[in-house]
Structure formats: C-alpha cells, structure tokens
Design a protein around this ligand. Structure first.
Ligand code: SAM
Ligand code: SF4
Ligand code: SF4
Length: 339
C-alpha cells in the first residue's frame, strides 16, 4: 500500500527504483484468522547485516528513497529488523512500516529512535479489544498496538499514521464507531481492506450494500476527525458487483514495476508490488532472486521489462482483479500525473 507515494515519487526519474517493499521473515507472534503466514516454508538461507547493506545499497544506487517493511510475518519481530533499520539509516533511506503493533512502542524507543520514519501503518481490525484479539489470535495485542499508536504520535509526530482495517462480516457495521475511535488517537488515514481468500469471514451483500449507502456519510465523518478514508465509492460499488456476480474485469494501467520492487527475504524472490507475492502464475510475477543475482540485474532484466509492458496496457496478467484498492487508486493518480 502506498499512502503518500505520489508525493514522494519523482516523476522525472522514470525508470528509477524509488520505493522498496521488504519482507524480512515469515515469523509472526500473532495468528490472524485470515492470514497464511504460519504455513509458509522456512527461509532458504540466513542473511546478515552485510547482505542487507549490499542489497539496500544497490537499491539506493538505483534511485530508491524509501524502504517499506511489511510481511510475510511481523517485521518488528524479525531477527534482522534492527540490522535492517541501521542499514537504512547509514544509507540515508527513509522507512515505512506495516505492523501488528505488538512491538511498536518498544522499537520506537530503541532501534527506530532517530530513524527517518515517514509512515507507520498499524493493523487494527476493531476499536474493541476483545474482537481484535480474537480475530488476530493473540492476547493483549490490541492493548500493545494502541500503546504503540500513542507512542508514535508522541515520539514521531510528523510520521503519517495509518490504520489497516481488514473488513469482515463482524466488523463492517461498526465502522462509524471505529472512525470515532481512530479520530481520538490522531490517526491520519484508515485503509479499508476487504478480507481476501477467506470467504467464510467476508462481508455479505447486505453488509456491502449498507456500506455503499452510508459511504458519503462515513467519508464526511472521517474528514471531520481529520482522517482520510483510503477507499472510494467506486471501490465499494465494485465490491458489491462482485458479490452480485456481475463485476467485469479491472482495466487500468499499472505503473508499479516502473518504480517499485518487493523483496521476500525468506525465499529471495522479488515481485512488482506488495500484492503480487501470492498471485499466479509465479512465472509472471517472480522477477528474479536476490541470492542469485544483484538487484540492479533484476531491475534491468527482460522479465521485469516484459511485465512493465503487460501492466502498462489495460489487460490483466492475473493480479489486477485482486489488487488492493489503495494500489488501484495510486495507479489512477499516476496515470493522471504521467499522462
Ligand atoms: C500480511 S500483514 C504483515 C504485517 C503485519 N504482520 C501486520 O499484520 O500488519 C500486512 C497486512 O495484510 C493484512 N492481511 C493479511 N491477510 C489478509 C487477508 N487475507 N485479507 C486482507 N488483508 C490481509 C493484515 O491485516 C495487514 O494489515
Ligand atoms: S499479524 Fe500480520 S503476519 Fe501475523 S498473522 Fe496477522 S496478518 Fe499475518
Ligand atoms: S496491478 Fe498488479 S502489479 Fe500493479 S499494483 Fe496491482 S497487483 Fe501490483
């Protein structure tokens, strides 16, 4: 996900790798009902601070300004997280993090102290402790995450603070309360993500119809709290059409592989964005392996050049249908900016 990406993107440096997504491990301390992280295979090889410096250094030479740590697992419990942050600091790279929040307060006071943290995204599925901890399969996670959000506001006041809200049948109707709660914590944006690959948990047609009908009201309510809702009515309308079985394919130009890469350290594989790691066919989206070739070679390789061409056309190589709303929206803005 890409909040603030447009503002950071230098449109004149076409072809420069500007934003790097990184999954350091598949280790996680939570057990979210919809996440498959605990079924991922173990890492293919260990790596150390020198590997991180070399790979991030390559990214820096290709033009990268920001490294975004996410999962895979939980980045703030990854064994090499402190090394990765230190490597970014030494190379002058900015940092963004997507986290379950369990170790956020502690890391902000230690390894992240003094780092250039542009954005923190904390996953919060409910404003109620009991519901959040139940779906995330971890006792006291909500309490730690809220402590992390409060610490982020206090220690890094200029950091863009976002909450990822996975929307399910059990929390969708509580959005008005959720927005009010987020406003009280000084959150800048709420990223609504319909739960993927877990049909038993998903919102029903009735729920999504309710959301479409109340969408403008919710957007204005969020704005009144100083919060941006990272979702548009057309996204909700499309969601509803899918539940009705009448949605068409998504046709838009994707410019992500012109600016970004996702590195999955457990396997060493690289992908064009944060959504493609599980998309098939792997032969289309796996762009090369950092343990076998330098990042600069992957960035110039025929595989990524072919994918850039395919994604720049309206056709879907197999990822657009399940692309995150926020990435779709960023692409709409990129097309506008670049055209
Ligand atoms: C894979 S997690 C990794 C980072 C960190 N462990 C966390 O939970 O924030 C990244 C984001 O994906 C979301 N996510 C995971 N599985 C999902 C699914 N099946 N559908 C929608 N969102 C999902 C999480 O809630 C989280 O906001
Ligand atoms: S905290 Fe993140 S990585 Fe861990 S199980 Fe939940 S969604 Fe998956
Ligand atoms: S269209 Fe595909 S490559 Fe582009 S951002 Fe979406 S999932 Fe990623």
């Amino acid at each position: 996900m890409f909040v603030g990406y447009i503002e950071h993107l230098d449109q004149d440096r076409v072809g420069a790798l500007q934003y790097l997504y990184v999954s350091l491990s598949n280790i996680c301390n939570a057990h979210c009902a919809y996440c498959d992280v605990h079924s991922q295979p173990p890492p293919v090889r260990p790596f150390d601070r020198d590997d991180l410096t070399r790979i991030f250094g390559d990214a820096r030479s290709l033009g990268c300004g920001t490294v975004h740590f996410l999962g895979g697992g939980e980045p703030l419990v990854a064994p090499r997280f402190a090394d990765a942050v230190n490597a970014c600091n030494d190379l002058g790279l900015h940092i963004a993090i997507t986290t379950n929040g369990s170790h956020l307060a502690r890391r902000l006071r230690s390894d992240l102290c003094g780092a250039a943290v542009d954005m923190i995204i904390v996953s919060m599925d409910s404003h109620r402790s009991q519901e959040h901890n139940a779906i995330r399969g971890m006792r006291r996670l909500w309490e730690w995450a809220v402590e992390g959000i409060i610490a982020a506001r206090e220690l890094t006041p200029s950091t863009h603070l976002v909450v990822n809200h996975v929307v399910t049948a059990s929390n969708i109707r509580l959005l008005p309360e959720y927005i009010e709660w987020a406003g009280g914590l000084g959150i800048n944006a709420i990223n609504l993500i319909p739960v993927k690959d877990s049909p038993d948990l998903g919102a029903t047609l009735e729920h999504v119809t309710w959301l479409a009908e109340h969408f403008m009201e919710l957007t204005l309510e969020a704005r009144a709290h100083g919060i941006e809702l990272l979702c548009e009515l057309e996204d909700v309308t499309e969601w509803r059409s899918r539940l009705l079985g009448v949605a068409g394919g998504r046709e838009y130009r994707c410019a992500f592989p012109e600016h970004t890469l996702y590195i999955d350290f457990p396997t060493g594989s690289t992908f064009p964005c944060d959504c493609t790691i599980h998309r098939a066919p792997a032969s289309t989206f796996d762009l090369g392996n950092i343990w076998h070739q330098p990042l600069s070679a992957i960035w110039e390789d025929e595989r990524i050049r072919n994918l850039r061409k395919v994604l720049a056309s309206p056709c879907d190589p197999g990822c657009k249908r399940d692309c995150d709303w926020n990435n779709v929206r960023t692409n709409r803005q990129l097309v506008t900016v670049g055209s």
